[in-house]
Design a binder for this molecule. Structure first.
Ligand code: F0G
Length: 456
């Protein structure tokens, strides 16, 4: 069998319609949405690549389990099954459910508040950064230097720069080191187990907790199996376990590799931090045996965490992202190389050299592509990662990327072909004459969700 063969390892049991619209209609929708794709109704989107979060199709087994969910306030059976599954995977003593990833990161980071001034990372995701800064931490991203060689392929561009990490821990008061696996803001690139182990060693030397933001742990494990030679004969589960074994604590959004539409969790080894987190959990999420979720959701997560580690699933998942990456790359679209885990990242700056960073080329691209083909994508550039300081000064991101996040088990190969053909034709006919955008309204935190834009 050909090695690039990636037939969907599932059959479709339930379908939902895709509403087809025309360009004139989408032009009106875009204008009414202030060129912000988060404001567009999902029914006005043909192919939705806004996020891979909470957009998975659940399996028949997961849907079946929903019916048997135990909705008791305390001690529901689904919690114990969930706790057992997570412990078996993560190997940490304490498991705390939350309603999604950002509440997990907020609760965990709050418990570290008094222990240092900095959070150091390979690169934090936007919500994690906003939560850390809101709590009062300074954030220091120390990605490996290969990450910014956008068009070059390296196996593990998600790695942290360990010599910079050691320097930071030596010189600064650091409350925690977070490795985001895979590195979502940096092209969905994986982190090697070697880098994870080196990070652990340095954290141990300076007595700083080592934390994993592990919402794409299964995709990261698959890349380790494919690329880190000593792990080629291990199962994804064995690799995931070895990954978690290195960390002192983790937070996970189950909306990604949990293969569910909601949920998250925190795991820690330390009983004091467990207690602190649980006290905060009761204030904002709920009792520790449901953490803001329904019993049925806990059950769906337990099953999702097992299904996501199946080799046929992971092979299809990573191969389908690579399929789109290859087609776009062969068509001359500048991309982050190599293909990452959950998404394809277009280098909007390289694609639209006539649009200055101050006119947000990534936002211009996502808006115009929606109008052209009904495809909703997400800017990961200066709109998401930049900001306007109190004195009016603008801060820009290092890269202007556009992310095509692929929902899990949702689209088929003909959808992928529609995506590729539309983007290749858009890049040829529309991109050279695209205008930039300006921000006309923004909020101080996470502005990309609510900002209003205008064409310039
Ligand atoms: N950490 C990472 C690396 C993420 O990608 C996300 C969410 C979170 C934490 C927060 O989890 O959404 O469950 O609260 N990422 C989504 C995305 C939103 O589109 O990449 P959440």
């Amino acid at each position: 069998m050909k090695s690039n063969f990636f037939m969907e390892p599932f059959k479709i049991k339930t379908v939902e319609p895709i509403y087809l619209t025309n360009r004139e209609y989408r032009k009106k929708v875009l204008k009414e949405s202030y060129l912000n794709l988060f404001f567009i109704k999902a029914q006005d989107v043909t192919i939705d690549l806004l996020t891979d979060s909470g957009t998975s199709a659940m399996s028949a087994k997961q849907w079946g389990a929903l019916l048997e969910g135990d909705e008791s306030y305390a001690g529901a059976k689904d919690f114990f099954e969930f706790e057992k599954t997570v412990k078996d995977l993560v190997g940490m003593e304490y498991v705390i459910p939350t309603h999604q990833g950002r509440s997990a990161e907020k609760i965990l980071l709050e418990s570290l508040k008094s222990t240092g001034e900095y959070i150091v990372s390979n690169m934090l995701f936007d919500t994690t950064r906003a939560n850390a800064e809101n709590i009062g931490f300074q954030v220091l991203d120390l990605p490996c230097k290969e990450l910014y060689e956008t068009s070059k392929s390296y196996d593990f561009k998600g790695n942290i720069d360990v010599s910079k990490l050691e320097k930071a821990l030596k010189e600064k008061s650091v409350a925690g080191v977070i490795l985001t696996i895979t590195n979502n803001s940096g092209g969905g690139q994986p982190v090697s187990l070697q880098n994870i182990k080196e990070t652990k060693k340095i954290c141990k030397k300076y007595s700083v907790p080592f934390i994993l933001d592990a919402c794409r742990f299964a995709e990261n494990s698959w890349f380790i199996k494919l690329k880190e030679i000593s792990y080629k004969d291990k199962t994804p589960k064995e690799i995931a376990r070895e990954t978690f074994q290195e960390a002192d604590m983790c937070f996970v959004s189950a909306k990604k590799d949990g293969l569910t539409n909601t949920g998250g969790f925190i795991c820690v080894r330390d009983s004091k931090i467990n207690e602190e987190c649980k006290n905060r959990l009761i204030l904002s999420e709920g009792f520790p045996t449901y953490g803001g979720l329904a019993g049925r959701d806990l059950s769906a997560i337990s099953i999702g965490l097992k299904e996501v580690l199946e080799e046929s699933y992971l092979n299809h998942r990573i191969s389908s992202v690579a399929y789109i990456h290859k087609k776009l790359s062969e068509g001359g679209v500048p991309l982050v190389h190599p293909s990452g885990g959950h998404a394809i990242y277009i280098d909007a700056q390289a694609l639209l050299p006539h649009i200055p960073v101050s006119a947000y080329p990534g936002q211009s691209f996502v808006s115009a592509l929606y109008e052209y083909a009904g495809i909703r994508t997400c800017e990961i550039g200066s709109v998401m990662l930049g900001k306007t300081l109190e004195n009016g000064e603008k801060v820009y991101a290092i890269q202007e990327l556009v992310r095509l996040a692929i929902p899990r088990r949702v689209y088929t190969q003909s959808h992928y072909d529609y995506i590729c053909e539309s983007i290749l034709s858009f890049v040829k006919t529309e991109a050279p004459k695209l205008k930039g955008v300006k921000i006309v309204k923004e909020q101080p935190f996470l502005r990309h969700f609510t900002a209003h834009f205008k064409w310039v």
